[in-house]
Design a protein around this ligand. Sequence first.
Ligand code: PRX
Length: 653
Amino acid sequence: MSQSIETVLTEDRSFPPSDEFRGAARLADRSTYEQMWRRSIDDPEGFFGEVARELPWLEPFTSVLDWSGAPVARWFDGGKLNVSHVCLDQHVEAGRGGEVALIWEGEPGDERTFTYAELLAEVCRFANVLKARGVSKGDRVAIYMPMIPEAAMAMLACARIGAIHSVVFGGFSAQSLTDRIEDGGCTAVITADGGWRRGSILALKDAVDEAVQDQAQVHTVLCVRRTEQAVAWSEGRDVWLHEALDGVSDECAPEPMDAEDVLFLLYTSGSTGKPKGIVHTTGGYIVGAYLSTRYVFDLRPGDTYWCTADVGWITGHSYIVYGPLANGARMVMYEGAPNAPHEGRFWELCEKHRVSIFYTAPTAIRAFMKWGDAHVEKYDLSSLRLLGTVGEPINPAAWIWYREKVGGSRCPIVDTWWQTETGSIMLTPLPGMSATKPGSAMTPFFGVDAAILDEEGNEVGHGEGGLLAIRRPWPSMLRGIWGDEERYHDTYWSRWDGRYYMAGDGARRDADGNFWIMGRVDDVLNVSGHRLSTMEVESALVSHEGVVEAAVVARPDDLTGEAIVAFVIPTDEVADDGGLALGVLLKAHVAAEIGKLARPAEIRVSPRLPKTRSGKIMRRLLRAIAAGEEIRQDTTTLEDPTILDELRTGVKA
Ligand code: PRX
């Protein structure tokens, strides 16, 4: 942690928005922001009551916030609404049905466009198919899809009938999918035969077949035809979407949902091996997604918005599907990789669709830098007016490159800090108001009472590092962990006796009070902006017969932010190749168990691991070794100090 403090401290550049940007912005001056923020904290009922009333409720709410059951908040009790109605019907009813909602590009270059009226009709038909298959309110539906329009439609169709969706990222393995289907008790799965990724097919249906083998409660696998390769078929259980849609009505009344009915589960990694099903409910979530999209992205009529995330992550939920559609935005969605078929693909799409707001991840920006400026310079990016990043701390060099090469030195950058758990953006510049600093998430969003605390819960001084905490409930906060109330309390609320939410990130504020995120303080890794737990990767490693014990740490990586380094003790003696062959096997094994994103960058096989005399693995030592640092730490508690040289020189697979 001390290292990240040093690096961020050296950054004192500051970039105000241009007069042109500020002149047209939704929120252009600091005093308006401060007034609004103050009110959102002092009078959340008044502030969020007004925001919520901008949305179409089927029945009005009778209270705004009930925190008596803390730490489980209730927002907008008594109110009924349907998120698909908020995202689609309201715009059609207001006469905007002919406006474009979604411009989609497949990786091979195919294109589909949907107006709001068309998207509504598709979602209704999809919802009717789900109903006909017996899916109803409260049922859990797993969605394991490529980035095609049907992924968004599937989510909205579930929302329309009150089914709870659980989207699983298409890059996760069959085993990870099984775990999530089982934990959520999903009875239906929506998937596709495959998706395109760098010119090859991601065989999703095959993975689903494997995943549901022993999941007898899964009665339906609804399959979208995308890549058209042959797939295995289980009669009775498997249904082609295009066949099921034949002759189905494009009308389906939205199910009136209580504000606190569950909208979706989304699994994320914590410090233990078992992913947690984060629970989000209906009213508070959509209010948070709606308001943040509007202000953080300064969304206005005429904008074309593109968020490059995958719908398998929270960013895809809140800032591809729910937030933009609730605002009636026109957006771009893309199926494939940023370098397929060439490294300029994203910029080609920005030029082609005249994208004005672009939201991506630092790891992608670092990849673009590596591929070279020429790929960016080839395209006309003059339509861009605002850029965003999310998922991990952005290093100032990448920030500056993004600003100059992509944003033409004219677009503000919003570095947005938030989490699966928070549902929507929590810390962020507001682009018309903030002079942004490279690497800082700047200011709390409306309703967010953020602070940096010490272990006892005291606020630390500006410039000092501490734990990031949120001191009040906010509308889109998680309502729990699916099926595990205790873990919800332990993970987020136990540090300060139930008083504050603990985010799990270290942070500091600078002399101006702006927030700088320094990374996780628990055993959560952040690889390319994807959360993984060290324990999850360790348990995948020890599930291999060749491994007795494993310890996983992160080391800094120029491209992916953090990379996984695994130290393993083999079952047999270390082979003559120094464990090289085993390491290769283990990398493939972890990829098969969890997904490619969890594959260790490096595996060091050794007969021993550094342990204290009481038998605890000394992870901080392993971290230093993995990073190639001099060991300056106290090693006197180490059982056998000679082990360090062994690990330092170990063969890397
Ligand atoms: O460590 C923080 C990092 O990502 C974590 C949340 O991961 P996840 O739930 O997968 O959601 C990612 C997308 C919202 C956080 O605890 N993180 C996210 N955004 C930032 C960030 N770290 C630094 N700066 C950010 N802007």
